[in-house]
Design a protein around this ligand. Structure first.
Ligand SMILES: [Zn+2]
Length: 122
């Protein structure tokens, strides 16, 4: 292999590394946007429940719209699960995981939580 072949080889490896880093950065940015969006949707759903309860307080209708509230709560539950999946993916890309017990962010290789000392469940 002559000098220029070696150089081309090194450049190609370097470019691959850079493009992988760039892909990661793009994915992190997208995940952060998704996270923000779902957090906003969760907040909105909670406000909606608040509105329903508040309107009930002033209405002469004596039955609280429980079905409506429960439906929204289930929606929030689904969004929370989705939020956790996005968060997990984000942590994984950054080389982090989190403690299921106390929520502490931990370097992925760790087996025990430095905060609460529990074993990391993967
Ligand atoms: Zn912990």
């Amino acid at each position: 292999m002559d000098f220029f072949d070696k150089l081309a080889d090194k450049v190609s490896v370097g470019t691959k590394k850079i493009s992988r880093k760039t892909d990661e950065l793009i994915e992190i940015t997208e995940l952060k946007l998704d996270l923000k969006k779902i957090e906003d949707e969760i907040e909105e759903a909670k406000l909606y429940i608040g509105e329903v309860v508040y309107k009930y307080f002033f209405s002469n209708n004596s039955n609280m719209p429980v079905g409506q509230i429960k439906g929204k709560c289930r929606e929030i539950q689904r969004m929370e699960a989705q939020k956790n999946r996005i968060q997990t993916r984000l942590y994984r890309i950054k080389g982090l995981t989190y403690c299921r017990f106390c929520g502490e962010a931990i370097v992925y290789e760790e087996n025990y939580c430095p905060k609460c000392g529990r074993k990391i469940v993967r």
